[in-house]
Design a protein around this ligand. Sequence first.
Ligand SMILES: O=C(O)C1=C[C@@H](OP(=O)(O)O)[C@@H](O)[C@H](O)C1
Ligand SMILES: C=C(OP(=O)(O)O)C(=O)O
Length: 415
Amino acid sequence: MTTLKVIPKKLKGTVTVPPSKSMAHRAVICASLADGRSVISNIQLSDDIKATIEGMRAFGAVILHDGDTLTIDGIGTGITRRSQEINCNESGSTLRFLVPLATLFEGETRFVGKGKLGQRPLEPYQEMFENQSLRYEPAPTELLDLTIEGRLKPGVYEMAGDISSQFITGMLLTLPMLDGESVIKMTTHLESKGYIDLTLTVLKEFGIEINHDKEYKFFKIKGNQSYQAQDYKIEGDYSQAAFWLSARTLANEISVEGLNDYSLQGDREIVEILEDLSQQADERVIDGAQVPDIIPVVALVAALSKGKTRLINLDRLRIKESDRLIATQKELAALGARIKVVGADLHIEGVSILKGGQEVWSHKDHRMAMMLAIASTICQEPIIIKDTECVKKSYPDFWEVFQNVGGEIHEWNMG
Ligand SMILES: O=C(O)C1=C[C@@H](OP(=O)(O)O)[C@@H](O)[C@H](O)C1
Ligand SMILES: C=C(OP(=O)(O)O)C(=O)O
């Protein structure tokens, strides 16, 4: 466990944002399933991306890493690989994308992981496996340990869209490889829709065709499709840019490079949200249903914006790496913000400065750790952040970049 003392400092400089984790997961998977060689550039080996790479290697892809590039010799259609174990670490995306994909292979697949991953929902898959009488065996432990076996059949899949869009992505990646047409029918409205857009664009790049209606109520997926090898450059990550863009809104002189202005990433909404928070208003409402990952840092900016802000529809924040609804409220309140949880919403009343001078906790959640680092820049007194190494999940050099733009951190011995 690493604890850092962070001295309040104004940040100044240019940050080149890391590559999009969401797009990297998808590109690595698509390239690994293709026939032939793909080169994926602008890759950063966060723990989550490492887990997906290891998973696809276990399925038989040959993946070589050199600098920020991966050369991937895909598995293609001759898929016959036998039993494997995949360590998802703490990556929900890896787990939920690779569970249905594993059914394309012979033999059993055991998924293991750490942290809260074993407690995050998987029921939609459990139900699906049970309906098709496939093996689905979770070990009786809090940590993820799930063994599955059997082949999913093409057909009609009824799926909820308000638990996690990652289940829909997992199925969109898998169903094209089955030997018949499938349909996904949504049984609820779709949340985190932007992530489905990312899946559909990356699938298209790799030659996979999916038809859907305008409202994303159903997806029609032809079977017997094959992934085409592709050279693909990962674009900058708006979810990570959100920390630096928020730092700028909080009067740090930060400029951000490496973003695609036309990106389909849902978290591009951070740009509009920050504009909204910079305007004078007595009361504003921001809906978090489509953009759960940026909410902790949005809450920070709201806590320092004049007037009242209600962040609404945050139920799914509870099932991330930590309960981000409670964690955000608790840690920001400790620093001096006026923030409370009301049902699945956060009610925030702006203050002009945070007092700091407190020990706070990342809850072992990378997005909480990074939000607290940015919070320190607006505190009157140093803060102590516990469990800071969790940034490795998505942004391994975050603390280095933080120091490069003037952040001052010291390792802290809790004694
Ligand atoms: O598909 C993806 O890449 C992701 C989907 C989102 O999850 P939900 O769909 O569960 O909200 C998001 O929170 C996660 O960090 C990445
Ligand atoms: C929730 C996240 O990722 P995942 O669901 O892939 O673990 C995240 O990166 O904030």
